[in-house]
Design a protein around this ligand. Structure first.
Ligand code: UDP
Ligand code: MG
Length: 319
């Protein structure tokens, strides 16, 4: 029986501090497993020596290493997509370059894949994170899961094994705005999760700033449903109902007690309140329209500057 072929997809953005030790450790681990493997690095427009290091690594291992380099930073989602397109294996493992995803877990993933699971997810706990970050994370997932149509789980990231048919399912989704956590969940298939202890980045620093996390959170809320738009309808009905009641009460009290002039405060509060609600809802509608705008442009998800993959024209985007 020929061994199964495994592809490891690694998005890298300014990872010169860790890429070599990542490659050495992962390769040593993969050598000990009964698989044929390739590692598909995607350099996401790094401004440091990441690409040079990848070229050097490719020279050392001409067979088992592919790399693709973007013309600029397109983001981790685009880098993962490029890696998945590049991967040829029967199964694919997606990993971060910073060794926060311990390569030792690949063996466990393969075992679970062998018994028939299409998605094997390694879920990290939040040990080593600040208490505020933990609480924010928990609150966010509680809220999002009440709203979103796909299930998002805390601690579940991109570190997972995907079977070939799961990869093909992901590649069949053409959307521009890729929220992988949701896409993984949306495709379904037989999924299993196991836990591991969070590890700190080996070197270099995280690319996530707080603002980026907030944007990511909004993506999670909006990418997979249009329920926020429903909120506009509910709120509108509620306000219209209240206004009708108030108008009726005004008519009755005018008939009973005659015209009374005071009421500026009520009026002002109502106007400002309504204005605020309308702004929020307009912003929400705008957010969806913005997404439609980007989807309709049908631009490629990324542009490739350089690759060592055979058969690919390095000057044109892989689509
Ligand atoms: N990454 C990427 N493009 C980006 C940002 C990050 O390819 O624009 C890669 C990065 O090189 C790493 C992985 O995505 O391999 C996770 O990034 P990071 O460690 O900064 O995120 P964290 O672990 O803090 O969530
Ligand atoms: Mg990291």
């Amino acid at each position: 029986m020929t061994p199964m072929r495994l592809s490891v997809v690694v998005p890298c953005y300014n990872e010169e501090m860790v890429i070599e030790s990542f490659d050495a450790k992962t390769r040593a681990l993969l050598d000990s497993l009964p698989v044929d493997y390739e590692i598909c690095y995607v350099d996401d427009g790094s401004s440091d020596r990441t690409l040079d290091l990848l070229r050097a690594l490719a020279k050392k291992n001409p067979a088992g290493l592919r790399y693709t380099s973007f013309s600029r930073n397109f983001g981790k989602e685009a880098a993962m997509l490029a890696g998945l397109r590049e991967a040829t294996g029967d199964a694919v493992v997606i990993m971060d370059a910073d060794l926060q995803h311990p390569p030792e877990l690949i063996g466990r993933m393969l075992e679970l894949h062998a018994v028939g699971h299409d998605q094997v997810i390694a879920r990290r706990d939040r040990s080593g994170e600040s208490r505020l970050r933990k609480a924010l994370g928990k609150a966010y997932y509680r809220m999002v899961n009440r709203w979103v149509d796909v299930e998002l789980v805390d601690g579940v990231g991109d570190f997972r094994l995907l079977s070939r048919r799961a990869v093909n399912a992901l590649l069949s989704m053409p959307e521009q705005n890729r929220f992988s956590k949701g896409l993984f969940s949306w495709i379904g298939f037989d999924t299993v999760t196991f836990d591991y202890t969070n590890v700190a980045r080996e070197a270099g620093e995280t690319k996530w700033r707080f603002g980026a996390l907030v944007n990511y959170g909004v993506d999670g809320l909006i990418s997979f449903n249009n329920r926020p738009l429903r909120v506009a309808i509910h709120l509108g009905l509620l306000l219209a109902g209240l206004a009708t009641l108030y108008a009726a009460w005004t008519v009755v009290s005018t008939l009973a007690f005659g015209v009374r002039t005071p009421g500026y405060a009520t009026l002002l509060a109502a106007i400002v309140g309504m204005g605020g609600a309308q702004m929020v809802m307009l912003g929400l509608v705008g957010e969806y329209i913005g997404r439609i705008y980007y989807e309709t442009k049908r631009r490629p998800h990324f542009l490739v500057k350089e690759t060592n993959a055979s058969g690919a024209d390095s000057a044109s985007p892989i689509r």
